[in-house]
Design a binder for this molecule. Structure first.
Ligand code: MN
Length: 246
């Protein structure tokens, strides 16, 4: 089995090293990741300049592009064989609910999925990352499950792992995405040159953390696994919009 690993925190992130380490004896592993932190890059491709690929001392490859660029160039030409699976992460920070729209972690997995490769995005639900090993063990368990029972179709799984010791994880729940309240306002500051600058504010708190959501699962010490699709069509509104345009 061949596994391609990427992320959005950058090739130097402890999360990607933990992920690669967790599956190294299960598969041929190739790591291709952004050269710097591209969290929040979403599904962006770099089209206005060429991309460079370099190999770090530890064998990881890094690219001066986005998470999507990394997986795109790896799957469509850089690696000799199309991988059997794309893993993205382990992200330091949750990717739940609306986060998935902005997430570079989810985007790297999505690019694999769009290119026909089963893919999994793995995020640890805290920026501090006290228990990266918990997420790494879960990733390994899920890859082993995939090896034992191939899914049979392209699949895109969004995995969020509570930042707690492995022994305290209660199990795995298959969830739907929750929703966040709208984001906090931008933070206005004056920079040392006297110019006004703006920092994008924090993500909103959970608005729908109800039964069956990713938010609820991780709040109760379960690993959340959400199957995602990419078709943004609002099926229920097709008739409504047809009626509105008449
Ligand atoms: Mn990130």
């Amino acid at each position: 089995m061949r596994i391609l690993i990427s992320n959005d925190d950058g090739y130097f992130s402890p999360g990607i090293a933990a992920l690669a380490q967790s599956v190294t004896d299960l598969a041929d592993v190739t790591v291709v990741a952004p050269e710097r932190d591209r969290s929040g890059a979403s599904n962006s491709l770099t089209l206005d300049r060429p991309l460079s690929l370099h190999e770090a001392a530890n064998g990881f490859y890094f690219v001066n592009g986005t998470p999507t660029d990394c997986v795109h160039l790896a799957v469509t030409g850089m690696v000799e064989h199309v991988p059997d699976m794309v893993l993205s992460g382990i992200n330091l920070g949750a990717n739940m609910g609306d986060d998935t729209i902005y997430s570079g972690t989810v985007a790297a997995a999505t690019e694999g999925f769009l290119l026909g490769v089963p893919a999994m995005a793995i995020s640890l639900v805290s920026k501090e990352g006290h228990h990266l090993d918990t997420a790494a063990r879960m990733a390994r368990t899920l890859v082993q499950h995939f090896q034992a029972r191939p899914f049979g179709a392209a699949v895109l799984l969004n995995v969020n792992v509570p930042d707690i010791p492995y022994e305290r994880i209660k199990g795995i729940r298959v969830t739907r995405l929750g929703r966040r309240h709208k984001a906090e306002p931008v933070v206005r500051q004056i920079n040392p040159r006297g110019d006004t600058v703006y920092w994008v504010g924090a993500a909103g708190k959970a608005a729908d953390a109800g039964e069956g959501t990713d938010f609820q699962a991780v709040a109760n010490d379960y690993v959340s696994v959400t199957p995602l699709q990419i078709d943004l069509t609002h099926g229920a509104q097709i008739g409504v919009v047809q009626e509105w345009l008449r």
